[in-house]
Design a protein around this ligand. Structure first.
Ligand code: PEP
Ligand code: MN
Length: 378
């Protein structure tokens, strides 16, 4: 919320508003222009007695700036942002620990997903991923996943990945395409539902996911700007669901070299400014280039992600989907090791991160003196 003072407001009136807001527990940032003064109000705006403030002498009007996506938005204030963790089975995501979720693009057979689970566990990742129904652009690809025929095949496919996850004590993350399949996923023992990029704004699916107790990883559509994406995420959360994880997996751009353009600026914006939800980075789909998955996953952690979602296969050269971007087991091991180190470094260096809100007040207090020193203004 911004309190806009009238052009004739006196310094005493501005001070009175500031004092009142601070008394009420709000943070205040002041912008003194040549014509008007604006007061930025930080805190829980829903509790602000807006009418009382609006009627105080010198106030022209209150300008709301709270975000349209209220539940997905960052809670707390600019100085004390709150990041809420989400549980994927026994694994806490978005807390103090980094979470690597790894596995093949698709579940292809019992032995393939079992070997994949072993590979993921041995690499040190915490959750197993794998698609049982695949969303394919081409109707002629010949592979839409083990579970694509009907709900029975879906059930059997989900059983395979849950069995593999249980065998290696890892919760599982599986993409869901159809809202009518939610009970099948819930009954299967899958720990987390993934909304894939093509369904990022599938209204029927997102509405249905409001009711599931399972956590949801909601991937960003490749042509959704940050605000539109967070509004689609808000749709899942609109009735009170809280266990949602954001995922940046690349957006459309002029770049032809990589499959998508991993938008690391948005990863930082989601984590540091816009949202309190955990942020995942998926450099597999974000680059579509196996040898770029390592550097871009690490860059995602530095940028603000606490979850790395990554495709890997016991032999990606024979994978039925996305093999070109799937890591070899050795590469997955290296990535998990490096990711943990980068995570520790980020957490240490975050102590050096000072927000503008923390400094603004001091510098506002110096504006008159500094103008005099630098520009000779009185
Ligand atoms: C996937 O995770 O396998 C997948 C298809 O991802 P996306 O929806 O981001 O393309
Ligand atoms: Mn894939």
């Amino acid at each position: 919320m911004i309190v806009k003072m009238s052009a004739h407001a006196t310094a005493t009136e501005v001070d009175a508003i500031e004092a009142k807001l601070r008394d009420l527990g709000y943070g205040v940032g002041k912008m003194i222009g040549s014509q008007v003064t604006l007061l930025g109000v930080y805190g829980d705006i829903f509790k602000l007695p807006q009418d009382d403030i609006a009627q105080m002498p010198g106030v022209e009007r209150l300008i709301p700036i709270s975000r349209a996506y209220k539940r997905a938005a960052q809670k707390g204030d600019a100085l004390n942002p709150i990041h809420s963790p989400v549980s994927i089975g026994p694994v806490t995501v978005g807390g103090d620990e980094l979470t690597v979720i790894a596995g093949p693009c698709s579940v292809e057979s019992e032995s393939q997903i079992m070997e994949s689970a072993r590979m993921v566990k041995e690499a040190g990742a915490k959750c197993l991923r794998g698609g049982v129904v695949k969303y394919r652009s081409s109707p002629y690809s010949g592979w839409e996943g083990l579970g694509s025929d009907d709900q029975d095949s879906l059930r059997r496919g989900l059983e395979l990945i849950v069995k593999a996850g249980n065998a290696f004590e890892m919760p599982t993350v599986v993409e869901i395409l159809d809202p009518t399949d939610v009970p099948v996923y819930e009954d299967s023992g899958v720990a987390c539902l993934q909304v894939g990029e093509p369904n990022s704004k599938n209204q029927a699916l997102l509405n249905r996911l409001r009711d599931t107790p399972l956590p949801v990883i909601h991937k960003r559509g490749n042509s959704l700007d940050t605000e539109a994406y967070l509004l689609w995420v808000e749709r899942v959360m609109a009735l009170g669901k809280e266990n949602v994880i954001l995922c940046e997996r690349g957006i459309a751009s002029c770049n032809k070299y990589t499959r998508n353009t991993l938008d690391l600026g948005s990863v930082a914006a989601f984590h540091y400014q816009l949202s309190g939800l955990p942020v995942a980075v998926d450099a597999s789909h974000g680059t579509g280039v196996r040898d770029l998955v390592f550097p871009l996953s690490l860059a995602g952690i530095v940028s603000g992600a606490s979850v790395v979602l990554v495709e890997a296969h016991p032999n990606p050269l024979i994978a039925k989907s996305d093999g070109f971007q799937g890591l070899f087991p050795e590469q997955l091991r290296g990535l998990v090791r490096a990711a943990e180190e980068v995570w520790r470094t980020r957490r240490t260096n975050e102590r050096e991160y000072v927000t503008t809100a923390a400094l603004e007040r001091d510098y506002e207090g110096r504006m008159q003196d500094d103008r005099k020193r630098f520009f000779g203004e009185s």
